[in-house]
Design a protein around this ligand. Structure first.
Ligand code: GRF
Length: 218
């Protein structure tokens, strides 16, 4: 069993999708630690309801530097020694020292078709660019923001009447599939450090979005 630490800042629907798939026995992975930088965030409710053994609220202290905060984060993670760290809507940029401390052990999900639309506004920027397609990408985390090797990508057409909310909702449904799917591939030892995926035949139960498709991240 892969021991997974999930870092989240928001409602935690991606965390919930991992917990649900794990409970269904679809993941060779268990969430052993959840950390949030936002006390009271919804992700905590999902973690508690699922009985995650370690749940930590780690808000940034007044005036605390990024490096000082990340040093506390590293300490917290090192104590649990997870095999994999999953950024599931964790809205802080991580310092190079954090990325170095867990090199090759961190993945992120981003709500856009990387390498397009890096940063905190993937959906907004996809719409603003007038792109015909939107989607989400899982990738290994390096010190370059949203710039690490891609693992999987899911794509959907943008509809003429899409708003930020309608598009974000469809992309989020794909995220709920793409992130656990990526974790399972890593648990099976099939994802290389450059993101390439070795062939195999584990579950692929795409959500019921008729116009969606997915591919590896290349
Ligand atoms: C997701 O869209 C994720 O890609 C982005 O933040 C959102 C988190 O949603 N980085 P949730 O907290 O998992 O519901």
């Amino acid at each position: 069993m892969l021991r997974v630490a999930v870092l989240a800042s928001g409602s935690g629907s991606n965390l919930q999708s991992i917990l649900a798939k794990s409970k269904q026995g679809l993941l060779d992975a268990t969430v052993s630690l959840v950390i949030t930088d936002r006390p009271g965030a919804g992700c905590l409710d999902h973690a508690r309801a699922a009985g995650v053994p370690a749940i930590v609220e780690l808000p940034r202290l007044d005036g605390e530097s990024r490096d000082a905060y990340d040093a506390r984060l590293i300490e917290c993670l090192a104590a649990e020694a997870p095999d994999l760290i999953v950024l599931a809507g964790f809205m802080r940029i991580l310092s190079p020292s954090f990325c170095d401390a867990f090199a090759g052990q961190i993945i992120n999900i981003h709500p856009a078709l990387l390498p397009k639309h890096k940063g905190a506004h993937g959906i907004r920027d996809t719409l603003a660019a007038g792109d015909a397609e939107a989607g989400c990408t899982t990738h290994w985390v390096t010190a370059e923001l949203d710039g690490g090797p891609h693992i999987l990508q899911a794509r959907l057409p943008v509809h003429a009447d899409d708003t930020q909310a309608s598009l974000a909702a469809r992309v989020l449904r794909m995220e709920h599939w793409l992130l656990p799917r990526t974790i399972q591939l890593i648990a099976e030892g099939r994802v290389a450090s450059d993101g390439r995926i070795a062939p195999g035949s584990s579950w692929v139960d795409l959500p019921g979005l008729a116009d969606a498709s997915w591919s590896d991240g290349f």
